[in-house]
Write a protein that binds this ligand. Sequence first.
Ligand code: CA
Length: 135
Amino acid sequence: MDPLHISPQNIVEHFCAIGLIRAHDGTQHDFARTLAKFTKKFDDKGKLKRGGHYNEDEFVKFWFNTHKFYNKYDVNNSGAITRADFLQSLKDTNRSDMDTDEKVSEIFNIADRNRDGIIDFIEFFCRLPQILNWA
Ligand SMILES: [Ca+2]
């Protein structure tokens, strides 16, 4: 593998190898789908990208920005998104037209894969396209 260019497939294989995502629980599939979606779309300046590859700097920037976005929902900076965090961040966006409790339940139903009551970063990333549609 060219060390300066990493494909979504390289990233998926690496994340599997270190145990962050797994084939048997569906995280590998969802993770790969989200990654492919975003690597195809944007370069590091937010412009539409031609191929589906990142160089190392671009990937680090992308990964950093995705964590920054995750941290916006982690209102109390605990490192994990709880229902209270999500509820607060939806209320902060001042969208009183929504039933925020219902929204939070919907988000947790699809994103909290292991049903431990928190959305960790990998769970968040796997469902990022849906979360972006809601938030
Ligand atoms: Ca969880």
